[in-house]
Ligand binder design. Structure first.
Ligand code: PRP
Ligand code: URA
Length: 214
């Protein structure tokens, strides 16, 4: 894949309110209770761009004045798949705005030495292969966790996936779009690089620890 094609699948949201909230999230002095709330607000602000990918079906309804053709969600409603733990913060915000959605969980934990994700848990709704999936995880660092999640979803027959994160590293974007060139990535920020521990610079630190105060 060429660099141009790689970044064609990446949407970096450009919005002053998102940028203001991202600055608060990045600030090391922002306490956990504020971090959690701001992350929820940011995912809500991103939702319009994420949900733009959702496919609908036509339905016939009647307004008080006349019949019209309108749109509805398909029978197999989309599924938001949260990459545990940190993905929950974003999944909560998206599901608050699309309460019809099913919610799945993918439990992965990066090994502190190799930085590779280790799988520990998965719970998905029935008929997952018939659903569109929105994957949520605030951080796209090496890309290992997002790639493994998409691999596992595709192995279950899922064909239509969108990935929503808050902060992406160029290394992660490259790895993810190489592994899954069909999956759009929507992010609030594209950061500079990874450090030697595969943390994103400037980043916001460990998202899971900051959300859950661990
Ligand atoms: C963090 C983050 C992503 C992953 C990103 O999770 O929430 O899932 O790392 O890194 P990658 O792109 O290099 O795979 P972590 O494994 O620390 O688990 P946690 O959310 O439970 O803290
Ligand atoms: N996981 C995080 O929570 N933060 C990073 O910067 C990289 C991986």
């Amino acid at each position: 894949m060429t660099r141009a094609a790689e970044f064609e699948m990446l949407e970096v949201l450009c919005h002053p309110v998102i940028d203001v909230k991202m600055a608060k999230l990045r600030d090391k002095d922002t306490p956990s209770q504020d971090f959690r709330r701001i992350l929820f607000e940011l995912a809500g602000l991103m939702s319009a761009s994420v949900f733009r990918h959702i496919k609908t079906v036509s339905i016939e309804i009647e307004t008080p004045l006349e019949p019209i053709t309108a749109v509805a969600l398909p029978v197999h409603v989309p599924c938001i798949v949260s990459i545990l733990r940190a993905g929950n913060g974003m999944a909560d915000a998206l599901s608050a705005l699309l309460p019809e959605a099913a919610i799945g969980h993918m439990g992965l934990q990066r090994d502190p030495d190799t930085h590779n994700p280790e799988y520990y848990y998965e719970k998905l709704p029935p008929e997952i292969k018939a659903r569109q999936v929105i994957m949520t995880d605030p951080m796209l660092a090496t890309g290992g966790s997002a790639i493994m999640t998409a691999d596992r979803l595709k192995s279950r027959g899922v064909t239509d996936i969108v990935f929503c994160c808050l902060v992406a590293a160029p290394e992660g974007v490259h790895a993810f779009t190489t592994a899954h060139p069909d999956i759009p990535i929507i992010t609030a920020a594209l950061d500079r690089e990874l450090n030697e521990n595969c943390y994103i610079l400037p980043g916001l630190g460990d998202a899971g620890d900051r959300i859950y105060n661990t």
